[in-house]
Design a protein around this ligand. Structure first.
Ligand code: ADE
Length: 253
């Protein structure tokens, strides 16, 4: 899969994504990530890419033309075939909230373009012309789209086959099945007087799996009860949940 990040701060994005699991996946050619500097497509001799907003207001706006030229240069070299355009995501707090489901869907693309705004945003006209998806990473405002683009690349890239060595680990984790992940422990068996739950040392795989699912249910109940409504619980697990709630003294999440 190929990610193309259009930004005024290419080093920021590349420095953040060239390490660890994603960095290794790039070396192994499972992914490519390029950051294209929008300033390289400035059309005036001062290389400026921003201007005041018509109608007044605080701050500066990124102009349409440098963004468009960056996009045009990129798509011209992509060779997508007649009339084909890549998916272009504009990172913005006004977009649809990013989710695991969205990451899974976008991981199926071969090319994904991420457009990062800065300052007060980008001239609306170029957004209308090139953007296919508006995505926010949460209800807070950042200074630019670079960190959100990095978040998206990380979440999507790890779903590309082969990126995680252990393919099952992308399957059984938080948000799979709408349950949060169970707690995990490693050596030593006792740390600061805290004992690893004995069932994990028992070697009894059925009991371990049951305990993990129950822990996931308890965690989801306590931290994200909204997810629990969509979780796929077996009859036994539903009984476990009712029992847990009764012991806790509440009948519903
Ligand atoms: N740009 C600024 N804030 C953002 C957010 N929360 N999500 C995506 N892009 C942004």
């Amino acid at each position: 899969m190929n990610f193309h990040i259009l930004t005024l701060f290419p080093e920021m994005v590349m420095n953040g994504l060239n390490t660890s699991i994603i960095g290794r996946a790039i070396e192994r050619e499972l992914l490519s990530i390029e950051a294209v500097n929008i300033r390289d497509y400035a059309f005036n001799k001062h290389q400026s890419v921003d201007d005041y907003p018509y109608g007044g207001g605080a701050g500066m706006l990124m102009q349409a033309e440098p963004v468009y030229q960056t996009y045009k240069a990129l798509t011209d070299k992509m060779k997508l075939g007649e009339g084909k355009r890549p998916r272009v995501v504009y990172l913005s707090p006004q977009g649809k909230t990013f989710s695991q489901e969205m990451a899974e869907e976008m991981a199926l693309e071969k090319e994904l373009v991420l457009l990062c705004g800065h300052y007060e945003g980008i001239d609306e006209r170029v957004l209308e012309e090139i953007v296919t998806d508006y995505v926010s990473i949460g209800d807070y405002v950042l200074t630019g789209g670079e960190l959100p683009a990095m978040v998206m690349v990380d979440a999507i890239a790890r779903l590309v086959p082969g990126v995680l060595h252990n393919d099952v680990s992308a399957e059984f984790e938080s948000f799979q099945d709408n349950l949060l992940e169970h707690p995990q422990y490693s050596r030593p068996e006792i740390w600061h007087d805290r004992q690893v739950p004995p069932v994990l040392l028992s070697g009894h795989h059925v009991n371990i799996e049951k305990w993990r699912r129950e822990q996931s249910i308890i965690r989801t109940l306590n931290n994200r009860p909204d997810l629990l409504e969509e979780a796929n619980l077996s009859e036994k697990e539903q009984k476990f949940l009712q029992e847990y709630l009764r012991e806790r003294g509440t009948d519903c999440p």
